[in-house]
Ligand binder design. Structure first.
Ligand code: TUI
Length: 318
């Protein structure tokens, strides 16, 4: 392996490659997570809005499938946050927690006192600085190119500004789906990457074929951000649901009406395969994903492409 791809995040977490699998609600279960960890990356269980006992079951099932490190994501908007955290603390196998969609400050001490590495997703320099002060071990800087709940800044300006503002390792997320993306992220100062959409289009990912096909058939302009009016903007595939949602927003629907309209729609797409009326969360990089592959091949192809790109750049510099 080209040494450039081995970074301190590999040593901190005991993983071979600095590649995290983004935690995606209804998507990142024991099958995907164990496949990613077995392939040398960091698999991360998504808790989404699920109850604590459901998350605990995913942890138990992942423990059966891999002895390699894996993580659990706490989605901070969930009504079950406290229960999910209690479930995590009951399992010594969980050595890494990532958080999303909020500020995990009040839970930090609980994780730290148990030796769990805490890696919050941040979408601004201000939150990154706050997270460093309260002991985050690393951070995921996630750009607006991502699928699902998104912040305002794009990855290209976000990652270097966060790298400059804090001294913990930064993992870049948003818009990355191949080896070129890893090398670009590292050039911006990141010590690793997180990818979500790329891993949905994998053999092991336990969701509807229709959802996977929506990614395979996407082009560069297939996604849109909806929900700015709810305060929780979400990047999704442009489909019937997205168009209806935008129409409601334009007509001035209330936050409550929009939230009610969106309820259960991710499950509808992910589990029932209704990709017209369901919410197909995916990132802008969907347009560059053209094939469903086993997780091991996804990771090894990306590493190979990144190594070749590093060599190519070094040769150009000579
Ligand atoms: O969390 C995500 N992505 C998600 S969560 C999700 S479930 C959901 N569904 C509907 C509405 C809302 C959520 C689907 N996708 N990514 C991590 C992420 N965190 N992206 C952006 C942020 C973020 C944004 C603002 C983190 C912190 C923040 O500010 C908090 C503060 O207090 O400053």
């Amino acid at each position: 392996m080209v040494k450039a791809l081995h970074t301190e995040i590999c040593d901190i977490l005991g993983i071979r490659y600095p590649i995290f699998q983004g935690a995606m609600a209804w998507v990142s279960d024991e099958f995907l997570v164990s496949a990613v960890s077995e392939a040398g990356g960091l698999g991360i269980i998504a808790s989404g809005n699920a109850p604590g006992d459901w998350v605990e079951q995913r942890i138990i099932e992942t423990e059966k499938r891999t002895k390699k490190p894996f993580g659990v994501n706490v989605m901070l908007l969930s009504p079950f946050v406290e229960d999910v955290i209690e479930a995590i603390l009951r399992h010594d196998s969980v050595k890494v927690v990532t958080t999303g969609a909020g500020n995990p400050g009040k839970y930090m001490e609980k994780f730290k006192s148990r030796g769990i590495k805490v890696i919050p997703v941040v979408a601004s320099v201000a939150l990154a600085k706050r997270m460093e002060r309260i002991g985050a071990d690393a951070m995921i800087a996630e750009g607006n190119e991502s699928g699902g709940h998104v912040g305002q800044l794009n990855s290209m300006p976000l990652v270097p500004q966060i790298v400059d503002a804090v001294s913990v390792p930064i993992i870049a997320a948003g818009g990355i789906a191949d080896g070129r993306g890893i090398v670009a992220a590292m050039a911006l100062g990141a010590k690793g990457v997180q990818m979500g959409t790329r891993f949905i289009a994998s053999t092991e990912c336990n969701i509807s074929d229709e959802y996977k096909q929506k990614i395979i058939s996407a082009n560069d302009r297939s996604t849109v951000v909806t929900g700015n009016a709810t305060g929780h903007p979400v990047r999704v595939a442009k489909n019937r649901l997205a168009r209806e949602f935008m129409k409601l927003e334009a007509e001035g629907a209330t936050k409550e009406q929009l939230e009610e309209f969106g309820r259960g729609k991710l499950q509808l797409a992910a589990k029932e395969g209704d990709v017209q009326n369901g919410s197909v969360m995916m990132g802008q990089c969907a347009g560059m994903i053209n094939e469903i592959k086993p997780v091991k091949a996804i990771i090894s192809d990306i590493i190979k492409q990144a190594e070749e790109k590093v060599k190519e750049l070094c040769n150009q510099a000579l």
